[in-house]
Design a protein. Structure first.
Length: 149
């Protein structure tokens, strides 16, 4: 598997890819779940397995943590916290958020250097300050790592 620095470089190659629900092609389209899935494959933490394709409103009436349980097959959970301050998120780690008042985790990102991360949201994949992002700041967040260190 790659180093954390190499993995962050891989994640950055997705920046600018348009947001397309269910997309999986760099430069053409990706969503937040497929971004995490493709990232895990590229860094050597997963075989060609999907974290699933979700509709835009899949989480509204869901009670099971499908996204979280799918991610746990490829990375261990490090912490559960609120998106603020200085949590245990390290470069290359993955974070899931409960956005738009969701009861379950429904959005993902890749940490580049806390509090910055890469996610597929709105129009395209971008690197943002997660703590200052309008949809993510002060939401519940879980941190996962595919590394054993």
């Amino acid at each position: 598997m790659m180093t954390r620095e190499q993995a962050v470089a891989v994640a950055r190659t997705w920046i600018g890819t348009p947001y397309v629900l269910g997309g999986r092609l760099k430069g053409a389209g990706i969503d937040c779940a497929t971004l995490l899935a493709e990232y895990l494959i590229e860094i050597g933490a997963s075989e060609r397995e999907s974290l699933a394709v979700y509709s835009h409103d899949w989480f509204h009436h869901a009670t099971e943590e499908r996204y979280k349980y799918a991610l746990l097959k490829h990375a261990r959970q490090v912490a559960e916290t609120i998106c603020r301050g200085t949590p245990e998120a390290r470069p290359g780690d993955l974070v899931l958020f409960k956005v738009v008042r969701s009861r379950i985790y429904n959005h993902g990102a890749i940490v580049t250097a806390w509090p910055h991360g890469i996610h597929a949201f709105d129009r395209s994949v971008a690197e943002v300050n997660l703590v200052l992002h309008a949809a993510l700041a002060h939401t519940e967040m879980a941190i996962f790592t595919p590394w054993s260190d």
